[in-house]
Design a binder for this molecule. Sequence first.
Ligand SMILES: C=C(N)C(=O)O
Length: 126
Amino acid sequence: MKKIINSDKAPAPIGPYNHSVMAGDLLFISGQIPFNQAEEKLITSGIQDETTQVMENLKFIIEEAGLTFENVVKATIFIRNMEEFTLINEVYARYFSPATAPARECVQVEKLPRNVNIEISMICHK
Ligand SMILES: C=C(N)C(=O)O
């Protein structure tokens, strides 16, 4: 049995998907891009601002599910430019305790929806 969980605070999906799906004890969160829903604008002011917006969007969805970043067990990061890896990690690290940071992969891709520079998806365990 799956349960769909959407958040009014996260950007509306830009395709045929929901923000997240709870399946058993796992929450699968769709890739988030740096769109600020409250201001209705795409953040383009640099990879650190963009990463922050993505993490805040993920946080809205995680919180809507009644969870926290401590529940995240896996993250997938898609970026346009691997030269920005260190800058992205600096922001990403603010959201996790090093001892319990989730498993992760980070891949450079040629293109992302809306021409953004970063998209992150996550899996949480309740
Ligand atoms: C932005 C997305 N998560 C998508 O297009 O699937």
